[in-house]
Design a protein around this ligand. Structure first.
Ligand SMILES: [Zn+2]
Length: 239
């Protein structure tokens, strides 16, 4: 079966914190991977840049955020596309849903990884979820023949939000990222506008590995990322 992972983040740094390990692991398995950043997070997720120089222009912050995310993507060895939809607030238009639908139809992912449905601390993450939900359904014709090009419905996961309990996030899938943790750390080190998140996501990877070991008995897991599957699993075997 072909392996194609599409990671969609509302802001240009989201894929690094929440999915860089899963991305690196997918590459190890020979998967084709694409990251899409719906915006640069120039207004809402570039705090340290604004603190350094409050007189900066939004355009200059976008340039720096573009460079940082591109560096992180280069370290992971994946392509990244920037859609520049704007953030805080991000808005969803028919044109943007169509753009995302076409992108999904062109790439034909077998797995999509994106935000959780709820996030009371962020105005854009739930909107990204809605955009992906609609575009995924439109691109796959909801699994039945339709009047437009459609692909097999991709499996779809939410990656872990910053405050999972308050976002209604219940992890049901743990990815062992032990073999690629150095790549994730190197990618995180590129995100100079959000240094405060590095320690947090390092600790989280250790904590999730503890859970993964207890769930599975796989003692070798040192670092893990948690996701929540959004569609039921269809399989020929219960094993
Ligand atoms: Zn974000």
């Amino acid at each position: 079966m072909k392996k194609k992972l599409l990671v969609i983040g509302a802001h240009s740094g989201d894929f690094v914190w929440r999915a860089a390990g899963t991305i690196a692991k997918s590459l190890e398995e020979g998967a084709q991977t694409l990251v899409v950043a719906l915006s640069y997070g120039e207004r809402g997720e570039s705090g340290e840049l604004w603190k350094e120089d409050p007189s900066r222009s939004v355009e200059s912050v976008k340039v720096i955020r573009h460079e940082q995310a591109q560096q992180a993507a280069d370290i992971l060895g994946i392509p990244i596309q920037f859609l520049d939809w704007g953030d805080y607030p991000m808005l969803l238009t028919d044109q943007r849903v169509e753009q995302l639908t076409n992108l999904i139809g062109d790439f034909e992912p077998t797995v999509i990884l994106t935000h959780s449905e709820k996030d009371p601390f962020n105005p854009d993450h739930p909107l990204a979820f809605q955009a992906v939900q609609r575009a995924r359904l439109l691109s796959s014709g909801a699994g039945v023949p339709s009047a437009f090009k459609n692909i097999d419905p991709p499996v779809w996961y939410s990656f872990e939000p910053h405050q999972p309990e308050l976002c209604g996030f219940v992890p049901d899938t743990f990815i062992d990222i032990s073999s690629v943790i150095d790549k994730k750390r190197a990618a995180m080190a590129c995100m100079g506008a959000q240094t405060y998140l590095r320690d947090y996501y390092n600790e989280l990877a250790s904590r999730r590995a503890n859970h993964a070991r207890r769930i599975s008995g796989q003692k070798q897991i040192q670092f893990a990322e948690a996701h929540q599957r959004m569609v039921p699993r269809v399989t020929a075997s219960i094993f």
